[in-house]
Design a protein around this ligand. Structure first.
Ligand SMILES: Cc1cc2nc3c(=O)[nH]c(=O)nc-3n(C[C@H](O)[C@H](O)[C@H](O)COP(=O)(O)OP(=O)(O)OC[C@H]3O[C@@H](n4cnc5c(N)ncnc54)[C@H](O)[C@@H]3O)c2cc1C
Length: 404
């Protein structure tokens, strides 16, 4: 085993779109940045490993004028030019090349950070190092920086550092939010696996695995849309785990999602209700796309009322425009529709005070773990918004590092 010590100005942990944009923005401002990602590819949920579509403030055309510029805009344009078909592997490459184009970024793929050292009490906590294990290389790498950005989605780094956070749904009384439940609970949005299919041009047989679920015994065929030609994100509603612990029950959640995917495909191929003779499964996700876990507490907690009233913050550094998009706790088994939406009358602001920890002095965050209530997170969580937030947080981190 090799032990290594790296001392960049800034360490960004998590290489989803938030972390990528944070790393690029800080690097362009002259800081030495380590970008540490525990998967073999960048992009988080948008990567070829999960394959979620990148959405943002335009909300599928409702706010046409609001398309993200900045680093996310560069990625969009490059993707439109080189990958108009939306091939997920080419999207991985576009993100990888954007990172590799920055001389100030050192990229650590396959490196899982799970040790954090921090000192100080109360509001004086400071992270002194984070350590990751690079899988396949037997390298244990310690990162010592002035500033750390938790872009892990699940928020493991901040948790290990003792950063304050929220998990689940706040009570309505906490922030006066109409869409919050009366009583606080631990419910989150669930996780999802997607699958791709293709027409092979010749008949293909499908024998389901023993663990495939008989979905005719569930409400799925009645309550959800199933079409033989659909692929990928059309099946965003294959969601489960909202009443479980998204992280600690990740394996259980994956197994349930797999059982349903193979069951849906059995229904499509073998029920006689679809034209699917020549269709086969081309790709099935194995890494659950997680929607929600910890949300760190910053100096400000963004709420439903801020979003809907389009509150203008003096420290606005990012914007969003997607609906507040919440899902029923039972996910795909819910009788209710798979999602409900509440729109502001246009775009809304995200303040800088929601992008740094209230008690860990040298930690910023970007992505789905920012300081927002569960309801407000329902809109800030889309990836182009996470990316814009990442660019802002990376800029803030660079200023902090430059000014000591
Ligand atoms: C099925 C599904 C459908 C969705 N639909 C949409 C949609 O249509 N459009 C849209 O824009 N958004 C959608 N979302 C929401 C969106 O995907 C997430 O909110 C978004 O990915 C959050 O971005 P992020 O960068 O914060 O986190 P992530 O994309 O989760 O990226 C975090 C990265 O950090 C890495 N990481 C985690 N822990 C560590 C660690 N300890 N060390 C190193 N690396 C670590 C992870 O492997 C991951 O790659 C959907 C989500 C799901 C699951």
């Amino acid at each position: 085993m090799k032990h290594e010590l790296v001392k960049p100005d800034i360490t960004v942990i998590g290489g989803g779109l938030a972390g990528v944009c944070a790393a690029i923005s800080a690097a362009r401002l002259g800081q030495q940045v380590a970008l540490v990602q525990n998967r073999p590819v960048l992009g988080g949920n948008s990567s070829s490993e999960v394959r979620v579509w990148v959405c943002g403030a335009t909300a599928h055309g409702i706010n046409r004028y609001a398309r993200e510029t900045g680093i996310m805009g560069e990625l969009f344009v490059e993707n439109q030019y080189r990958n108009p078909e939306g091939n997920p592997y080419l999207w991985d490459l576009i993100i990888l090349e954007a990172v590799r184009a920055e001389p100030n970024i050192r990229l650590y793929l396959n490196t899982d950070v799970h040790e954090v050292e921090a000192t100080g009490d109360g509001e004086e906590r400071m992270i002194t190092s984070v350590t990751g294990w690079m899988m396949g290389s037997e390298r244990k790498i310690r990162f010592e920086s002035q500033i750390y950005l938790d872009c892990t989605g699940d928020g493991l780094v901040g948790f290990l550092a003792g950063a304050k956070f929220a998990l689940g749904r706040e009570a309505r009384s906490e922030y006066g939010e109409e869409w919050a439940p009366e009583v606080a609970d631990q419910i989150t949005l669930g996780s999802t696996l997607l699958f791709y299919t293709k027409d092979t041009g010749a008949p293909v047989r499908y024998i389901p695995p023993s663990f495939a679920k008989d979905i005719t015994q569930t409400s799925i065929p009645i309550r959800r849309v199933i079409r033989s030609g659909d692929s990928g994100c059309h099946y965003w509603w294959i969601e489960w785990g909202g009443e479980h612990d998204t992280v600690h029950d990740n394996e259980l959640i994956r197994d349930e999602l797999w059982s349903v995917i193979y069951g849906i495909w059995d229904y499509i191929k073998n029920s006689g209700k679809f034209e699917a003779d020549q269709m086969t499964l081309e790709w099935i996700g194995s890494l659950p796309g997680k929607r929600e876990y910890r949300r760190f507490t910053g100096d400000y907690v963004l709420t439903q009322n801020d979003i809907i009233s389009q509150r203008e913050f003096p420290d606005a550094v990012a914007f969003g425009g997607w609906s507040i998009d919440l899902h029923p706790p039972q996910g795909m088994y819910a009788e209710a529709s798979g999602s409900k939406h509440m729109h502001a009358d246009g775009v809304y602001h995200v303040p800088f005070r929601s992008l740094y920890s209230a008690n860990v002095r040298n930690m910023l965050m970007a992505g789905r773990d920012i300081s927002a209530s569960h309801v407000a997170f329902g809109t800030t969580r889309v990836m182009a918004t996470c990316a814009v937030i990442g660019e802002a947080a990376g800029t803030g981190a660079a200023l902090c590092a430059a000014m000591g």
